[in-house]
Design a protein around this ligand. Structure first.
Ligand code: 5GP
Ligand code: ZN
Length: 115
């Protein structure tokens, strides 16, 4: 899928609306429209990257994992009790949108193993 067909590229550029939770020069985060937990936020790079298999920018990877996700989780009030971070990859991984995204899920007890 090219980036012009990509709904998450359109959300990042604000051509599609979203409930924005966080944004900076490199990253956008917004509420999932079909939340799987009381708090369910998607964190995406502005740049179209299909999945972590195509993620070559280590600074971007570190920014998302070290800076952005802990910051959002703290703002959502999830830091104390904990939360889950998931990135689905490819068909068997259950990835339905082919633009890299990290789910932040929290506000309830999580189960393991995941479905
Ligand atoms: P995946 O299944 O690829 O790991 O996750 C895709 C997620 O994107 C799903 O949780 C789905 O609910 C969410 N999603 C799909 N389309 C939209 C949309 O247009 N806006 C928002 N905010 N979330 C979406
Ligand atoms: Zn995209």
């Amino acid at each position: 899928m090219s980036s012009s067909d990509c709904i998450f590229c359109k959300i990042a550029s604000k051509d599609l609306p979203s409930e924005l939770v966080y944004e900076d020069k490199h990253v956008v985060a917004f509420s999932d429209t079909t939340p799987q937990a009381p708090k369910h936020v998607l964190v995406i790079p502005r740049e179209h990257v299909e999945s972590i298999m195509e993620l070559s920018d280590k600074e971007l990877a570190a920014h998302i994992l070290v800076d952005v996700i802990p910051h959002i989780a703290t703002n959502l009030g999830l830091a104390e009790k904990g939360f889950r971070v998931v990135t689905n990859v490819g068909e068997q991984g259950g990835q339905t949108v082919k633009h890299l995204h990290f789910h932040i899920l929290g506000g309830r007890d999580m189960q393991w193993p995941p479905g």
